[in-house]
Design a protein around this ligand. Sequence first.
Ligand code: ADP
Ligand code: MG
Ligand code: ZN
Length: 514
Amino acid sequence: MKPSRGAGDASSPLRGSVKPFSVEVNMSIHEQFEAVIGLEVHAQLSTRSKIFCGCSTAFGSAPNSNVCPVCLGMPGVLPVLNKQVVEYAIRLGLATGCSINPRSIFARKNYFYPDLPKGYQISQYEEPICRHGHVDITNDDGTVKRIGITRIHMEEDAGKSIHDQDHDTLVDVNRCGTPLLEIVSEPDMRSAQEAVRYLTSVWQTVKYLDICDGNMEEGSFRCDANVSVRKKGETKLGTKTELKNMNSFRNVERAIEYETQRQIELIAEGGAVVQETLLWNAEKNTASSMRSKEEAHDYRYFPDPDLVPVVVDEHWIAAVRMELPELPAVRRARFVGEYKLPPYDAEVLTQERPLADYFEGAVRVLANRNDEQVKTVSNWVMTEVMRVMNERGTTITEFPVSPDHLGALVELIGNGTISGKIAKEVFAEMVATGEHPKAVVERKGLVQISDSGAIEKEIDVILAKFPNEIARFRAGEAKLMGFFVGETMKVMKGRGNPKLINEILGRKLSELNH
Ligand code: ADP
Ligand code: MG
Ligand code: ZN
């Protein structure tokens, strides 16, 4: 990156002229350009069987074990469409505001590669199942931006080539025929951050819809990024490159940032962007050319004569629409409205549907629910629950503390049975044993002491024990209040009601002041 010449730059050639600098000169080269990004996302559908045959889609099976003549591309066999795939496509189409094509067509995309036994991939080309949708993203300043979805189509995945040093190239065709939805966006994103927000939204949506497990490392959710740059204010699109091989959100962001900078600097130096496909290298933090436009495939798409058009009628669409779950954005808004949660909490809690369900499950058991208690549940889920989940590497679904039990714990804090501090101890026990919080509190004798007489007795002992501290307190060291509270808590083994301790201490100390 080259430093720009700013207003105070003594060597500026414009120095001393009537108009010392224009806005443009004052802007760095990076600020004069904008990125234009369109994403192609592949979501592997979580159907049990493949798209055109009955073979299993299980991940991690022995190589070449989940195969049959259809997905191996033997001559003379016919594909039969898995209805579930169409249903999932309709689900995603409706969730993203697409119109559902009443009659879509499968096409053959022809290319030769060892992991594609048929020599063509069955996909959709001119007539995809879904078109003209959108996803709304929220930027940091709270503004909402709509990202267009050009199309969503159904296709089959190819196999996997494994490049092994000892065995050259091996091919595992288990993945051949695994159903995919390809979601193609409009070139509507203007920064890596926007692209990640869009991608996150699509990822959340497919997971909420229960159509894809969203696992980026295992490749069941993949993203190719098309990137170009242009001068701000320009409406024509620049030449794009396509980035592949990013297997995490972080890598998508870094790769787009890298490529944007590269293109801007290239153009600033008088060069031109060459249309090509780039492979992201996460270790080296660079992208290298995989193929250029000249080597680009001419896929010679044509309709697949083995498959009839996919007909989707209004009844089917209506039935799928009826069964759509509450989607992340709607749920987020509801969490803010119904539970009065800060938008940040709503965002964290709705990231994944099971986590949002867990939170709501805990809230549901609160007997006299108020906003404060709901916020306490939210805090517990976002801190303690998520911390233990991360430590143990478990999902919320297999979390040892059930939502009912967490709700009961918050209830015990709310009605003064235990203090928030003791609750942490109880929670640790609940994680270890799966017990109900009441059982833990009883077994360990952790009930909070809210008997003012008993507390007062302890406080008198403490005050008698620290005459020097009392003198300092009376001389104006107000912060010693915390010391007295701490000492009282200590002798009461953390079981004293903190509110009462504070009250009684305050009263006694002010009495001493007179
Ligand atoms: P291709 O034929 O190379 O696959 P498409 O027109 O099908 O290109 O677009 C593929 C993706 O690239 C889409 O997500 C689209 O929004 C995006 N795209 C197209 N042109 C540009 C561009 N000039 N800059 C950035 N993204 C682009
Ligand atoms: Mg493309
Ligand atoms: Zn098969």
